[in-house]
Design a binder for this molecule. Structure first.
Ligand code: SAH
Ligand code: SF4
Ligand code: F3S
Length: 472
């Protein structure tokens, strides 16, 4: 696929740099004593978090500093998610709570962007009922933040831009990363799968892959800055450069990244079972740098439901991938996403989901009750099972997963794992990190170790957290 049609032209990026300088000048005169303060909060998936890091990069370029509370902020930016109704409700609640704050600070700017804003009906609602919101923009114009800020500051008028588009790739935007040793690197954007329950393809546009070399340079850059964990992001990383020759597809990219020198670990998400290949699993198995962790969402264990979901694989294909993965990586840790109560799902069909979970023995699961998303195919499907009933199924599923997770972590006792130490944990002198398989492990140690790899022996495994001892 030719991605040139998605690339934001250099002239446009230069124009935004000019707006950025103009905004910086204006902000200097508006805030002569100290830098203006921004509060940025991102909801949703890591892809959105990565966008948030670019939005922060642009804000920093304009002269903003960052604060942790809305009360201190001159600009509040919410980068929103539309995946489930609950996610949207939280945003509306948090935006509503800004109204009284803005009354006492009339110069405060409020900006909303991200997936929720890319929906016409939501943008209309904000426009009409939330007049105190200053900027509203969708997912395809993120790189125009300098222009939006400048226009709002210089004209006093609201700025609303939810341009419909197949999507863009904007290379070279400044990034202010949230972490100092964990980096998110998008490799592709958008999605073409149109799973019948999912809003993503509507709010994120068509699937498009970043250039192979651009990704490699970004990885080299973060590794040289000392980052220890690189997570490659995409809604379906296995279809990266799907239409190009094999030596430019995802297994080749992963291999090329694993050959970059340095002490770091590579993760990736999300893999779609339809496009996950043995070749990918072989590449994972072949490199010590690639975490032995596979996030492979199955959504349902029943073939009829999978078909209605438009997932393009069946239970057998999914299980054969899992069998192959365990055969080449016996220590592999597998996690997944699952939806309970898809429209029309019966209890018998739901039991197929339970039996699949029992077969695969996941390390952990992200579990969701179906949430109808306007505009998707499943929104209009008859959905006779009550919310209360779905709640009972959900509990049955989470109880099962809890017992599997408990059995899995119990088997870690006495073994030693290489751990990336992430932060201080609760309890005097305690640290927390993750194993390659993404299991949280806590142990006592010096906080200077945060951001480094160490071997930790498991002494006391619990269901969701295992406790251990640092090896000398
Ligand atoms: N691209 C990834 C998933 C991204 S969305 C994939 O295909 O696996 C993350 C998860 O949210 C999905 O895997 C799904 O389990 C869940 N999800 C998406 N839409 C949903 C909806 N309408 N209701 C409930 N869960 C949903
Ligand atoms: Fe949504 Fe399916 Fe695309 Fe994942 S693959 S983002 S679930 S449409
Ligand atoms: Fe949410 Fe958009 Fe990600 S809908 S899950 S933030 S792609």
């Amino acid at each position: 696929m030719n991605n040139n049609r998605f690339t934001v032209p250099q002239e446009e990026l230069e124009k935004q740099n000019e707006y950025s300088a103009l905004a910086a000048e204006l902000l200097c005169s508006l805030y002569p004593a100290e830098k203006p303060k921004a509060y940025v909060h991102t909801y949703g998936c890591q892809g959105n978090v990565s966008d948030g890091e670019r939005l922060q990069g642009l804000l920093r370029q304009m002269g903003y500093d960052f604060v942790d509370s809305v009360e201190e902020a001159d600009l509040v930016l919410y980068n929103t998610c539309a995946i489930r109704e609950h996610a949207e409700d939280r945003v509306f609640g948090n935006v509503g709570a800004l109204k009284p704050i803005k009354k006492t600070k009339p110069n405060m700017l409020i900006a909303l962007c991200g997936c929720m804003m890319q929906q016409q009906a939501i943008a209309e609602k904000i426009k009409n009922s939330y007049s105190f919101v200053d900027l509203v923009f969708g997912t395809h114009v993120l790189h125009k933040l300098p222009e939006f800020i400048y226009k709002r500051l210089s004209t006093g008028k609201r700025v609303i831009d939810i341009t419909e588009s197949d999507g863009v790739i904007a290379e070279g935007l400044p990034v202010k990363r949230d972490g100092t040793f964990k980096a998110w690197i998008p490799i592709m954007y958008g999605c073409n799968n149109f799973c019948s329950y999912c809003i993503v393809p509507y709010v994120r546009g068509r699937e498009r892959s970043r250039d192979f070399e651009d990704i490699l340079s970004e990885v080299r850059e973060v590794v040289s800055l000392g980052y220890k964990e690189i997570t490659l992001l995409g809604q379906n990383v296995n279809s990266y450069n799907k239409d190009l020759q094999q030596d430019k597809q995802f297994p080749a990219l992963l291999k090329a990244i694993s050959e970059i020198e340095g002490d770091f670990i590579i993760r990736f998400m999300t893999s779609h079972p339809r496009d996950c290949t043995k070749e990918l699993l072989d590449v994972m198995a072949s490199s010590n740098k690639i975490a032995k962790h596979l996030h492979l969402p199955f959504q349902s264990g029943n073939d009829r439901v999978l078909k209605e979901m438009n997932r393009h694989y069946d239970r057998e294909k999914y299980l054969s991938l899992i069998n192959y993965a365990y055969s080449v990586m016996p220590e592999l840790s597998i996690t997944s996403d699952v939806i309970v109560g898809f429209p029309g799902e019966t209890y018998e069909e739901f039991k197929d989901t339970l039996s699949l979970i029992e077969r695969v023995k996941y390390t952990s699961l992200f579990t969701f009750i179906f949430s109808p998303r306007p505009g998707t195919k499943a929104y209009a499907m008859p959905d006779p099972v009550s919310r209360e009933e779905k709640g009972k199924w959900f509990k049955e599923l989470t109880d099962l997963q809890e017992s599997i997770a408990g059995r899995r972590t119990a088997s870690m006792k006495g073994k030693t794992y290489r751990v990336l130490i992430e932060e201080k944990a609760k309890g005097e002198g305690m640290l927390s990190g993750r194993t390659e398989g993404n299991v949280i492990i806590e142990f006592s140690g010096d906080e200077n170790l945060i951001g480094s790899f160490r071997n930790v022996k498991v002494t006391n495994p619990r269901t969701w957290i295992v406790y251990g001892e640092l090896e000398k």
